[in-house]
Design a protein around this ligand. Structure first.
Ligand code: ATP
Ligand code: MG
Length: 184
């Protein structure tokens, strides 16, 4: 193989670090769209959800129809207080992050999605430096996708791709409450 070809194949195999952040709706649903696309090409996908414990529609669907996706929830189905998180919220987030570190290092998954991890860092449930270390030390071929509003500058700097979803308008502000199939 020529040097040019081998460099190209190394580049092609390098997993990306992607961040989807911002205050508009569409971060978690975008991540699951990415998961579906990846699975279509034979990727093994693992999603670790922080600060979430509810059976969202995407989890119900994945359990029923998509064996190539593994979803781990590490949170409760209750609101986490930013300035005064309950000890259980901190514990669960830390446990979820430990699992994320193991899963990324195991190389068993081609795409690892850390859903809401940006929020967990912003709420000080998980250390920003540990997330940066995970990004820097990930196996070359693993793709990482980090979601959640409030992505830190350092996490954005460490990423290959950052999308910032901006709220232009949201039906919630017109009094339309969250609905099954749209919000959860
Ligand atoms: P989705 O899960 O629908 O893709 P998201 O991941 O972008 O949304 P989060 O920031 O994780 O949104 O917010 C959690 C919940 O709040 C979701 O039910 C989401 O639909 C809803 N939500 C998202 N953005 C807004 C907004 N700008 N105003 C009100 N509710 C929102
Ligand atoms: Mg979300």
């Amino acid at each position: 193989m020529s040097t040019v070809q081998s460099v190209q194949s190394t580049i092609a195999k390098r997993g990306l670090v992607m961040v989807v952040t911002g205050n508009g709706k569409g971060k978690t649903t975008s991540a699951f769209g990415q998961a579906l696309r990846a699975i279509g090409h034979g990727y093994k996908v693992c999603v670790i959800q922080f600060m979430k414990g509810r059976k969202y529609g995407e989890i119900i669907a994945a359990e029923k129809y998509i064996p190539d996706i593994t979803i781990i929830q590490s949170g409760l189905d209750s609101f986490v207080m930013k300035d005064n998180p309950a000890p259980i919220d901190i514990d669960l987030a830390k446990q979820g992050f430990k699992k994320a570190q193991e899963i990324v290092k195991s190389k068993k998954y081609d795409l690892v999605i850390l859903d809401e991890i940006n929020v967990a860092v912003n709420f000080n449930l998980i250390s920003e430096q540990e997330v940066i270390d995970l990004i820097k030390q990930k196996p070359l071929e693993v793709n990482l996708l980090l979601t959640g509003r409030y992505a830190s500058d350092k996490i954005e700097e460490a990423a290959d791709m950052v999308s910032d979803i901006t709220e232009v308008k949201h039906h919630y502000n017109a009094g339309i409450k969250g609905q099954a199939g749209i919000e959860y």
